[in-house]
Design a protein around this ligand. Structure first.
Ligand code: GDP
Length: 433
């Protein structure tokens, strides 16, 4: 379906307009600063045409200053959309921020409909005419709040919206998925981020002192957009002496909480450290999908190479299930393999196994390999169900305590049978007499 994005400065009435289109079928929640709303795309219909509506109202991207934040939003929306509704507050008139957005929109070449909002009565229509100066053609006077003119402007948006989307097939359902790039200092996170993002994408105008930390960046890999969350701390080298470890770990946790998948970057040119292992464990503990990337492959010692694969396999014995990519952030070698690994991990993370299939599998497994007898008793597995996904969580009902070794056995066989490449899985046991 073609994609229509609604953009504009905060408080110009974007969400009100979006609600008009959606007819209150979806409650567009109050904007919470600093929170990337999960749901930014809605299936919509107007004048008999179906399309996807992007509401940028919830994208509080904490880029330096509001102007940059809005510009960033606009840039992303344009990237994701086939056409744009640019909402301006007619009672305020064009602002510098609006002009900045206009330049972006012009450059994109995408169709734009200029919405002059807050024209609540015919008396105010003169306000709208000042917006001709933006150079985007006719401003459409609208009162999103009262509905005045909103039908006309939506008709116009539908008219300019292409029949065939140029972007939709690149777009995961529900919007781009969220990635946290993590790893101990100096493994090359910022180098990799820069390599992946390219420089043309940076729209941040750094205003000293106004930068708040987390910034989510939209980065295209293999033609598909991904949110890289909390990238500010990666881009800006944080120099800390005391307690650096502790803060690094807090930062990692915060990024992972916002993400669906963690890419743990490891420096392949030096032996793995305990800190690397801790970061991997953090991804698992937060229940996120996991991809492991070994960086600096361009500077490996020749005499180290032959042993390295073996060494890595031993280091990662606990997380053999995670997809691994060897790459070089410096040269860009194999960085194009990341998106495939991310897709694989998230697919596993999303997996739901139907109860029937799960029990057929477990029944056969436990019949062939029953739990060992303990103290004259042998706990039996009665039934299992997948309680949730993201990550997959299983609940097993049994007649007695299931020991850790047997749980691991079940987990391993579940992995062998159903895949789960790149996803942690959780198994809990409930005892029923
Ligand atoms: P961060 O602390 O994880 O963000 O690490 P940086 O990106 O700042 O990189 C730390 C150092 O490693 C810098 O000197 C980089 O130039 C270097 N580096 C990063 N990636 C690579 C790579 O793929 N190959 C080589 N040879 N050096 C790299």
């Amino acid at each position: 379906l073609p994609v229509l994005a609604v953009i504009g400065r905060p408080n110009v009435g974007k969400s009100t307009l979006v609600n008009r289109v959606l007819g209150h079928r979806e409650a567009v929640v109050q904007d919470v600063p600093g929170v990337t709303r999960d749901r930014v795309m809605y299936p919509a219909e107007w004048a008999g045409r179906n399309f996807t509506l992007i509401d940028t109202g919830g994208w509080e991207l904490d880029v330096a200053g509001m102007a940059a934040s809005v510009a960033k939003q606009a840039e992303i929306a344009v990237e994701l959309a086939d056409a744009v509704m640019f909402v301006v507050d007619a009672t305020v008139g064009p602002t510098d921020t609006d002009e900045q957005v206009v330049r972006l929109l012009r450059r994109s070449g995408k169709p734009v409909v200029l919405v002059a909002n807050k024209v609540d009565s015919s008396m105010q229509e003169a306000d709208a005419t000042t917006l001709w100066s933006l150079g985007l053609g006719q401003p459409w006077p609208v009162s999103a709040l009262h509905g005045r003119g909103s039908g006309d402007v939506l008709d116009e948006a539908i008219r300019v919206l292409p029949e065939v989307s140029a972007v939709a097939d690149r777009m995961p359902e529900g919007g781009p998925r969220r990635v946290a790039l993590v790893g101990r200092p100096n493994v090359g996170k910022s180098s990799l981020l820069n390599k992946l993002a390219g420089n043309e994408r940076v729209v941040v105008d750094e205003v000293a002192g106004t930068t708040r930390d987390p910034v989510d960046e939209l980065i295209e890999l293999d033609g598909k957009p991904w949110w890289f969350v909390d990238t500010a701390g990666i881009r800006r080298r944080v120099h800390q002496t005391s307690g650096a470890d502790y803060y690094a770990s807090l930062r990692t946790r915060a990024a992972l909480e916002k993400a669906e998948v963690g890419v743990v970057l490891v420096d392949a040119s030096v032996p793995m450290t305990e800190q690397d292992t801790r970061v991997i464990q953090q991804v698992i503990d937060t229940g996120r999908a996991l991809v492991i990337a070994y960086n600096k492959w361009d500077i490996l010692d020749e005499d180290r190479r032959p042993y390295l694969e073996r060494e890595i396999e031993m280091d990662l014995v606990q997380v053999q299930w995670a997809p691994r990519v060897n790459l070089s952030a410096r040269t860009g070698w194999h960085t194009n393999r990341l998106s495939k690994a991310l897709d694989t991990a998230l697919e596993s993370w999303d997996t739901r196994i139907p109860t029937g299939r799960l029990n057929a599998f477990l029944g056969e497994l436990t019949a062939g390999h029953p739990h060992p007898v303990r103290g004259g008793r042998q706990p039996r597995i009665l039934f299992a169900t997948q309680a949730s996904n993201r990550p997959p969580r299983f609940v097993i009902f049994a007649t007695g305590f299931i020991e850790a070794g047997y749980r691991r056995f079940i987990e391993n066989r579940l992995r062998e049978n159903f895949g789960f490449t790149g996803s942690p899985i959780e198994i809990s046991v409930r005892v029923r007499e």
